[in-house]
Design a protein around this ligand. Structure first.
Ligand SMILES: Cc1cc2nc3c(=O)[nH]c(=O)nc-3n(C[C@H](O)[C@H](O)[C@H](O)COP(=O)(O)OP(=O)(O)OC[C@H]3O[C@@H](n4cnc5c(N)ncnc54)[C@H](O)[C@@H]3O)c2cc1C
Length: 386
């Protein structure tokens, strides 16, 4: 058993950490205040080589493994969770999905521009009446000649307001449940597509989240991702990777808050001593460190296993570990951020100090990419499988 990252993984992690330290500190505060996505950021992420981190090199990607993508997510989230969230939707939910499920022509057509950052990617699954119960989506796609006519509403779509390319889930057979789902590659220039609303969120401000409308939207039949009525395979096939990947979002958020708390505890003087000299504060710091390290092992293990499973099935074990990683990391992250605010005292409750931003951003970890409750259901379901 080797707990060390390979030289390649360390290099990647360091290069994203350097980028985040140089480019994102200032921007993170501005994004929180303005709720705008920074101009030119997609191109910068493309130049860093991570927009298509999991995409095969022949389509402009880096051809890296799931652990690499997860490490990059951790380092972005450590400084600016909103960038990590949007980048994750682009690089994982859209690009990785296309790299895994698209045919050769589709990959050649869509992936290169997504990798450079010229185009922005998103994934549209959730609807106003279908969140955790994703199979109950009501967006319909009816075949008419060489195209499909799509009608429905998607909500909570990360990058939705800015996206060029969306992996879109629809129902092609309303009566067939999971067997009636079809995934499409939607070009947002297709007629009948519009963004109806930009959502005003508590956290991850600046990461654009939107409500999307498809009103008699025309999608060519050649844009089916996978096969008609086989969208569930596209959806389920990526879940372990998605959970492992986003577990490191929560890990990075916790690390960012912890670093701020550690620094503040050494600077803040009360009773003529830095507050770090009080055992209560030391105990908090020790617990935060321990929880982060425990989560890190689980997150990295899940990323390794999800990567191996992608190469050729491990079933139950990877479902459990990837769900456990994101469940534990997300709940740990909220606890660590809350303690980080507590260590800052009243200043932690003021917008002027960045620690509160991590606290708000941490909450998404137990909701987005499936809730804590659903993760527990998945783990228990695998444990109790007969
Ligand atoms: C900032 C943000 C970004 C997002 N980005 C995307 C995106 O890019 N693409 C996309 O498609 N979606 C996205 N989502 C949607 C996200 O995946 C959903 O919010 C999530 O799956 C939960 O769905 P819901 O919000 O409808 O909650 P609901 O499913 O209505 O759940 C409400 C509550 O009931 C609980 N619950 C539901 N069913 C059960 C059950 N069977 N047993 C026990 N408890 C249950 C839930 O755990 C939750 O606590 C995003 C959400 C947010 C907030």
């Amino acid at each position: 058993m080797d707990f060390n990252l390979s030289d390649e993984h360390k290099m990647l992690k360091d290069s994203v950490a350097n980028f985040a330290a140089k480019e994102l500190h200032q921007i993170a505060e501005e994004m929180d205040q303005t709720d705008d996505w920074p101009e030119g950021m997609w191109k910068k992420l493309g130049d860093l080589g991570i927009n298509g981190i999991s995409v095969d090199t022949e389509y402009g990607g880096a051809g890296a493994d799931v652990l690499s993508a997860s490490l990059a997510c951790e380092e972005l989230a450590r400084v600016c969770p909103a960038i990590a969230l949007s980048w994750g939707a682009h690089a994982n939910l859209c690009c990785n999905n296309l790299n895994t499920n698209a045919n050769e022509e589709q990959k050649k057509k869509y992936l290169p521009k997504l990798c450079t950052g010229e185009h922005v990617g998103a994934l549209g699954l959730t609807e106003p009446n279908a969140g955790s119960d994703a199979v109950s989506i009501q967006t319909t796609a009816g075949k008419e000649g060489d195209h499909y006519v799509v009608n429905g509403t998607k909500t909570f779509i990360t990058n939705g307001p800015d996206a060029d390319t969306i992996v879109l889930y629809t129902k092609t057979d309303k009566e067939a449940g999971a067997k009636g789902i079809t995934a499409f590659i939607l070009d947002t220039k297709f007629p009948g597509f519009s963004v109806s609303k930009r959502l005003d969120k508590v956290g991850n401000r600046g990461s654009q989240t939107g409500e999307l409308i498809m009103e008699d939207c025309i999608i060519p039949a050649e844009n089916i991702l996978g096969a008609e009525n086989r969208g569930i395979a596209v959806m389920m096939g990526g879940l372990d990777v998605e959970r492992a990947f986003y577990s490191t979002y929560a890990l990075g958020v916790a690390e960012g808050a912890f670093e701020l708390a550690l620094k503040y505890s050494k600077e803040r003087v009360q009773f003529k001593r830095p507050i770090a000299s009080f055992q209560f504060i030391q105990g908090k710091l020790a617990d935060m460190f321990t929880q982060i390290e425990a989560a890190r092992l689980l997150c990295y293990k899940a990323a390794m296993m999800a990567g191996e499973a992608r190469e050729g099935g491990k079933g139950t074990e990877v479902h459990q570990i990837s769900s456990a990683a994101i469940l534990f990391a997300a709940e740990m992250s909220i606890k660590v951020c809350e303690e980080a605010v507590q260590i800052h005292g009243g200043y932690g409750y003021c917008m002027e100090y960045p620690v509160q931003r991590f606290w708000r951003d941490a909450k998404l970890g137990t909701i987005g990419a499936g809730t804590s409750e659903i993760r527990r259901i998945v783990i228990a379901g695998e444990l109790l499988k007969m």
